[in-house]
Design a protein around this ligand. Structure first.
Ligand SMILES: *Cc1c(COP(=O)(O)O)cnc(C)c1O
Length: 362
């Protein structure tokens, strides 16, 4: 028997995560100068990060010989959410907290429910525990909540819900979501992933944090990677009951969030001006890209995050021709959508570059 045969069979069965192509990789592959490449592949903030966060980073460099102290960020998030610090779990990116929930509730013999075309980290988090993944067919590319409710089995411990979802950009109206929470058995955890929450128009946003009081089985996750522009630092968080947060903290690595990420996140959370600027840039860019896609005769899925998912004939070929022009978008064949591409909203200049390159690539 080979050494590899000794590995856990459910780990061997996992398909690896495929990240967006890094700028430096395309530069190496095609000999395109880094500054001529436009990357709209990973839903990153085209404005970079908050200047306040940058200043906080520079300061934090002076204490990197020390182990991290997460007090300030927890306090800031407690202020931001109105919850006590005992209900906040910090993660090395929100992917990390997704993994923590899975480790607390899933194991071989248990299952988790997930929607077709939903975020790739849910299958990873589920399958790495040896639990079974129940995939529920999508409805109009979004979560079919009634079918997800019906798919819950006695051994189901987690239902994964992304709102808005990535890579489809679909959004579940809050009344539907709330009815779903009411219908789910109260011994099943609902993870509500709100990585794109800050990109929703304020008038459309509902305070889901307030739902935690009504639904002790709800876990909300949020991220500093998107509107806050800190994807490279890896910092995110979960909001849950004190009991669940305590369990998640037990399986968390004691220092999973580093000094730089903690300091930058505190400052970023406080930079309302930068967040507002990022929001407006995204709204305007979204209009521009959707108008451009329509002009090219392409259909797209109604978008609610900082990206648009659109349909093309020969997505692989179009993607390749975009890459040759130095434009990186995200093919999502791995999400069961081989005829679609996902483009992140960039700056006005980046959006223009993308639309021009796309017209040539078609
Ligand atoms: C980008 C994204 C996240 C955030 O991941 P981080 O680990 O915080 O960078 C979480 N959920 C979804 C659906 C996402 O698209």
């Amino acid at each position: 028997m080979s050494l590899i045969d000794q590995a856990l069979p459910y780990v061997r069965a996992i398909s690896p995560y495929l990240p967006g192509k890094p700028i430096t990789e395309l530069a190496r592959e095609m000999g395109i100068p880094v500054d001529k490449i436009v990357k709209l592949a990973s839903n990153e903030n085209p404005l970079g990060m908050s200047p306040k966060a940058k200043a906080a980073l520079a300061k934090a460099v002076d204490s990197l010989e020390r182990y991290p102290d997460d007090f300030d960020l927890k306090k800031a998030l407690a202020n931001h959410t109105g919850l006590g610090t005992e209900r906040i779990v910090l993660g090395n990116g929100s992917n990390d907290v997704l993994d923590l929930v899975a480790r607390v509730f899933l194991a071989p013999g248990r299952s988790a429910v997930f929607a077709q075309h939903a975020f790739a980290v849910y299958p990873l988090a589920t399958l790495s525990t040896g639990a079974e993944l129940i995939v529920v067919p999508a409805k109009d590319f979004g979560h079919d909540l009634d079918a997800m409710r019906a798919a819950i089995r006695p051994d189901t411990r987690i239902v994964w819900v992304a709102n808005p979802n990535n890579p489809t950009g679909t959004f579940l109206p809050y009344p539907q979501l709330k009815a779903f929470l009411q219908a789910v058995p109260d011994d099943v955890i609902v993870v509500l992933d709100e990585a794109y929450n800050e990109y929703l128009p304020p008038a459309e946003r509902v305070d889901t944090v307030a739902w935690l009081a009504e639904f002790p089985n709800l876990v909300i996750t949020r991220s500093f990677s998107k509107i806050y522009g800190l994807a490279g630092l890896r910092i995110g968080y979960a909001l849950a009951s004190a009991e669940i947060a305590d369990l998640m903290n037990r399986v968390r690595q004691p220092f999973n969030c580093n000094n730089l990420a903690l300091a930058a996140a505190v400052a970023a959370l406080d930079d309302h001006e930068f967040v507002a600027q990022s929001y407006v840039l995204n709204r305007n860019g979204m209009e521009m890209i959707i108008a451009g896609l329509k002009r090219l005769g392409l259909s797209h899925i109604p978008a609610h995050g900082n990206f648009v998912t659109f349909k093309v004939m020969d997505a692989a070929g179009v993607n390749q021709r975009l890459l040759k022009q130095g434009v990186i978008v995200r093919p999502i064949g791995g999400y069961g959508m081989p005829d679609w591409l996902r483009v992140t909203i960039g700056t006005e200049a980046e959006n223009l570059r993308f639309l021009e390159a796309l017209e040539k690539a078609l």
